[in-house]
Design a binder for this molecule. Structure first.
Ligand SMILES: *[C@@H]1O[C@H](CO)[C@@H](O)[C@H](O)[C@H]1NC(C)=O
Ligand SMILES: *[C@@H]1O[C@H](CO)[C@@H](O)[C@H](O)[C@H]1NC(C)=O
Ligand SMILES: *[C@@H]1O[C@H](CO)[C@@H](O)[C@H](O)[C@H]1NC(C)=O
Ligand SMILES: *[C@@H]1O[C@H](CO)[C@@H](O)[C@H](O)[C@H]1NC(C)=O
Ligand SMILES: *[C@@H]1O[C@H](CO)[C@@H](O)[C@H](O)[C@H]1NC(C)=O
Ligand SMILES: *[C@@H]1O[C@H](CO)[C@@H](O)[C@H](O)[C@H]1NC(C)=O
Ligand SMILES: *[C@@H]1O[C@H](CO)[C@@H](O)[C@H](O)[C@H]1NC(C)=O
Ligand SMILES: *[C@@H]1O[C@H](CO)[C@@H](O)[C@H](O)[C@H]1NC(C)=O
Ligand SMILES: *[C@@H]1O[C@H](CO)[C@@H](O)[C@H](O)[C@H]1NC(C)=O
Ligand SMILES: *[C@@H]1O[C@H](CO)[C@@H](O)[C@H](O)[C@H]1NC(C)=O
Length: 871
């Protein structure tokens, strides 16, 4: 036994001797089996890996498994995935660990510091939190650093300025704050800088102006302010400048256009103002993209724009022309493929056919918000012949669908909403083989042209995914041919006069249908079973539907929004919906639901409105314990940059009518962080559950008009986000908890018609209420009450017309603004190829696509493109 033990221990020694021997002669012997890996480097790598939890990969990752999965066996660490070693010294020099499923805090003294020879460090697309440690400055060999797509926060340490060999720095898609440190002025090899989609502030970092190698700058989606520096011209190699979505003011320095290397200038969605001047445009101009829409420029559009002969994309939306515009100035832009002229405030009527015949290569055109004329067929001898990809003509005052669209086999997106188009939706529309999105909302269409046999047969191979026809004058039954459009994902026929039942044939579309909105029609009958397989949003509110909620809903694992308000549905509380892990919005308002509201766990539920039904019974004190989404906002990586609830493409947004701060209001968009509970107008009794105090993210709470008894729980003092509280018309007794005085966002409250007594809290919020918020109680008193009730003729609570809602509307306008969005191209790509990635509507989430940029330095970054722009 002993002997065999000894002989076994000899083997490793011999092996390591051989290894040493070989590695000593590494320059001579190209032994395939030798280990290049140095033990100290291996240990540092393993330690680094162990600093994090390895969890689920980000949804942006293509590969299904973490790179580090196979690390750690006795193999050569230089052969581990993501590692490159120096072939002589064995030091790790490149670390590509994007999409590695790292979760956790980046340590301030990370063991990475034991890999001091790194030239490339790529930790993008993980879930790293914390700050960039100051020791980053020690990696003096770094040429490429990417931390994009994580949850880093805090300021950038100025020690980054010590990385004097850096050529590429990508900090995009994090939550960094503060200014760009002036030490960046030392990065004199830097060619590419991307700090987009963070919370950086301050002026344009002038330290960058010293960096003569700099060719790509992206500072988009931050909070930068101030003017763009005129001496930006010192960047003689500048090719790409993206500052979209900041708060830059002032004019565009006309010197910018003199930089001959410039190919892309994207400055849309800022507060730039004044007139536009191009100065001495370098000739020939290499400029391919010019995006300056959604600013505050005033006219005229300079004629010299015609010298930008290589432009492929031009976004002038919201350019306040303040007078006539000569649209023939665009006729010199022979390469133009995407043109956005939305909301020009011009007195000139745009002739659609003229524009198209001026610019022969144009395929994406945005004219929304201007007056557009569409000549009728007979008056045009030579209609424009190009193939159109997208046409946005919302709010253009047109009365007919442009006839030329009939022969547009490549048409994908068509928006002719908010016009004055009457009559029938033409049958040929369904025959266009590439149609993806059609928006006919807010016209006066009355019906669908009966399709010919030929047209019907072409529906059998459809492409249409999004059909929006809300707010028209459609009558009759919902046409069953809709069910033949097998690609349909969004069907919005809300606010029409449809009657009859919801077509049962919709079940044929159950694998594609994601968003159904049939709100505000006159639909009757019961809700269909078995249409819900892949539904995300289902809104049939304000109809005359009867019966019960279909139990097949229980299989809708993707359902986020269920809204059946103002119907005649007679059912018990659907506690069984708690199996729906994605459910965020549940609205049962104004039906005849009845019985107790059973305790259920709704982990994602943010908005629940079951008001004006006949629910009864008591709520146990732990009722709200499992409502996690209202107790803490979970970060949701997939959608963290999308502000409103809706489909993943931005074609459809959920809307809702809610009572908030005493007024009923329609949210045409629902902010993703919005939370509300409305149980009002039922027969609920017993005490208000103490667990209500767990819902720290709750904004609106309405328990009025029930039969609640007992005290108002003092735990409500924990509802730090609460803005509106209504407990009126109950049988509550005792005092108003003094803790409520600390809720600084609480702008509206109503305690009237109860049995409350005692002192009203004295905080400002309470002193701003109207007297009626406290009336009809047993004995409320106190200085703040005296103050608000001095003058009983005070105007009705107008002041609650909530300020934050106004802000939301402004924000919305920005979102609505159509601008041409380029989501990144390396310079030099042939235009014909790039068309597939150009997006027409301004959908903020799409600007942020980090993968579109064809940056060869970004090795290891997957190229998964958002589904919405893969064309
Ligand atoms: C590494 O070891 C684990 C378990 O010890 C094994 O499952 C895995 O297949 C090994 N990987 C390699 C590359 O040898
Ligand atoms: C650095 O990290 C190690 C663990 O890796 C720890 O033991 C040490 O205390 C840390 N040093 C400092 C200065 O934080
Ligand atoms: C960066 O360089 C400065 C000198 O320029 C030095 O004082 C500082 O210690 C360096 N920082 C790091 C983290 O290496
Ligand atoms: C940048 O250049 C200016 C003038 O050329 C100079 O005064 C300044 O010190 C430089 N800044 C850095 C950080 O090198
Ligand atoms: C650019 O101009 C700013 C002031 O507008 C100045 O502070 C900076 O030093 C200038 N940089 C260069 C490189 O000229
Ligand atoms: C541009 O806006 C700034 C402030 O935002 C203002 O001071 C300036 O006068 C404006 N310029 C023009 C030409 O309107
Ligand atoms: C539109 O232009 C007119 C002048 O034609 C001007 O009076 C008006 O203020 C402008 N509207 C906006 C919104 O700027
Ligand atoms: C509907 O379209 C008209 C123009 O036809 C417009 O004035 C109105 O604002 C639009 N309504 C909505 C809700 O968009
Ligand atoms: C809608 O249609 C009805 C008849 O079906 C008609 O009376 C009404 O005027 C139409 N409304 C509009 C705005 O065209
Ligand atoms: C609701 O249905 C129940 C039977 O399930 C019935 O007794 C009740 O009358 C119905 N209520 C209404 C308002 O129709």
């Amino acid at each position: 036994m002993k002997g065999s033990c000894n002989s076994m221990s000899i083997i490793p020694i011999t092996l390591s001797f051989v290894f040493l021997f070989i590695s000593h002669f590494e320059d001579v012997l190209a032994a395939p089996t030798r280990h290049l890996c140095r033990p100290d480097q291996r240990d540092a790598l393993l330690e680094f890996k162990n600093e994090f939890e390895i969890g689920k990969l980000s949804p942006y990752c293509i590969d299904g498994r973490p790179k580090t999965e196979l690390w750690g066996n006795n193999s050569d660490c230089c052969k581990w995935e993501g590692i490159t070693c120096n072939s002589k010294s064995g030091h790790v020099i490149e670390l590509y660990l994007s999409c590695s499923g790292f979760h956790g805090r980046f340590h301030s003294n990370t063991s990475l510091q034991n890999l001091p020879f790194l030239t490339t460090l790529d930790l993008s697309i993980n879930d790293l939190t914390g700050q960039i440690p100051s020791l980053i400055g020690k990696f003096s060999h770094l040429t490429s650093l990417s931390l994009s797509f994580n949850h880093f926060s805090g300021r950038i340490p100025s020690s980054i300025g010590n990385l004097s060999h850096l050529t590429s720095l990508d900090l995009s898609r994090n939550s960094f704050v503060g200014e760009i440190p002036s030490s960046f002025g030392n990065l004199n090899q830097l060619a590419s800088l991307d700090v987009s989609t963070n919370k950086f502030s301050g002026n344009f970092p002038i330290a960058l102006l010293n960096l003569t190698e700099l060719s790509d700058i992206s500072v988009s989606h931050n909070q930068f302010t101030g003017m763009l520096p005129p001496n930006i011209t010192s960047l003689t190699k500048l090719a790409f400048l993206n500052a979209i979505d900041n708060a830059f003011t002032g004019t565009i320095p006309s010197s910018l256009f003199t930089i001959p290397s410039l190919t892309q200038i994207l400055l849309s969605v800022n507060q730039l103002n004044g007139t536009l001047e191009f100065g001495n445009i370098s000739s020939p101009s290499n400029l391919q993209f010019l995006g300056i829409g959604s600013n505050n420029f005033i006219g005229p559009i300079p004629r010299s724009i015609s010298q930008l002969a290589n432009l492929g994309l031009l976004d002038l939306s919201y350019f306040n022309a303040q007078g006539p515009v000569d649209f023939s100035i665009f006729s010199h832009l022979k390469s133009l493929q995407l043109l956005s002229l939305s909301h020009l405030n011009t007195t000139t009527t745009i002739d659609l056919y003229d524009i198209l015949s001026y610019i022969k290569r144009l395929s994406q055109l945005v004219l929304s918000g201007n007056h557009v004329s569409v000549p009728n067929k007979s008056s045009v001898s030579d209609p424009p012949s190009q193939l159109i990809d997208s046409l946005y003509m919302s709010g253009c005052g047109i009365t007919d669908i442009p006839e030329l669209l009939k022969n547009q086999p490549l048409l994908r997106d068509l928006d002719i909403s908010n016009n004055e188009i009457k009559g029938q939706v033409p049958g040929w529309l369904w025959t266009l083989p590439n149609l993806n999105y059609v928006n006919l909302s807010n016209n006066t269409f009355t019906g669908f042209e009966r399709s010919t046999k030929h047209e019907l047969s072409s529906i059998t191979n459809p492409s249409m995914r999004h059909f929006l026809g809300s707010n028209n004058n459609f009558t009759g039954k919902i046409p069953s041919f809709i069910c033949m459009v097998h690609s349909l994902s969004t069907l919005d026929l809300s606010e029409n006069n449809f009657h009859g039942s919801i077509p049962r044939c919709l079940r044929n579309l159950k694998t594609t249908l994601s968003d159904i909105n049939l709100r505000k029609n006159r639909l009757s009958g019961s809700l269909p079973e078995n249409i819900f397989k892949s539904l995300r949003s289902f809104d049939v509110g304000r109809n005359q539907l009867v019966g019960k909620l279909p139990r097949s809903l229980v299989h809708s694992s993707t359902l986020e929004v269920l809204n059946v308000d103002n119907n005649r549905i007679n059912d018990t509380f659907p506690f069984w919906l708690s199996s729906l892990k994605a459910l965020q919005v549940l609205v049962l308002r104004s039906n005849t639901f009845h019985g107790p509201i059973h305790q259920a766990s709704f982990p994602k539920l943010q908005i629940i409105d079951i008001s004006h039904n006949q629910f009864s019974g008591t709520l146990p004190s732990d009722y709200f314990v499992k409502w996690r989404a209202m107790s803490s906002l979970e970060k949701n990586e997939e959608r963290s940059n999308v502000n409103y609830m809706g489909d993943e493409f931005g074609y459809y947004h959920d809307s809702i009518v809610l009572r908030n701060k005493g007024v009923e209001m329609e949210l045409v968009r629902i902010l993703k962080i919005y939370t509300a509970i409305d149980f009002s107008g039922n027969n609920l009794e017993g005490e208000i559950p103490k667990s209500i105090g767990l819902l720290k993210e709750l904004h609106v709470l309405n328990l009025s008009n029930n039969a609640f008894t007992g005290h108002i729980p003092s735990s409500m003092g924990n509802l730090k986000a609460l803005e509106s509280l209504d407990v009126s018309q109950n049988k509550l007794s005792g005092e108003i908890p003094q803790e409520l005085g600390n809720l600084s966002y609480l702008a509206y409250m109503n305690f009237s018609d109860n049995h409350l007594t005692g002192l009203v809290p004295g905080s400002t919020q309470f002193r701003r209420q109207h007297c009626s918020s406290f009336e009809n109680n047993l004995g409320l008193s106190g200085p703040s009450l005296d103050e608000v009730c001095v003058d009983n003729h005070k105007p009705a609570p107008q002041q609650y017309e909530p300020v934050d809602i106004k802000e939301e509307e402004e924000e919305e306008e920005e979102v609505f603004s159509w601008i041409a969005a380029a989501i990144g191209f390396g310079p030099g790509i042939v235009f014909g190829m790039t068309i597939g990635y150009i997006l027409v509507s301004y959908k903020p989430e799409w600007f942020m696509n980090p993968f579109g940029r064809n940056n060869s330095r970004n090795r290891g970054t997957p190229r998964k493109i958002f589904p919405g722009n893969a064309r």
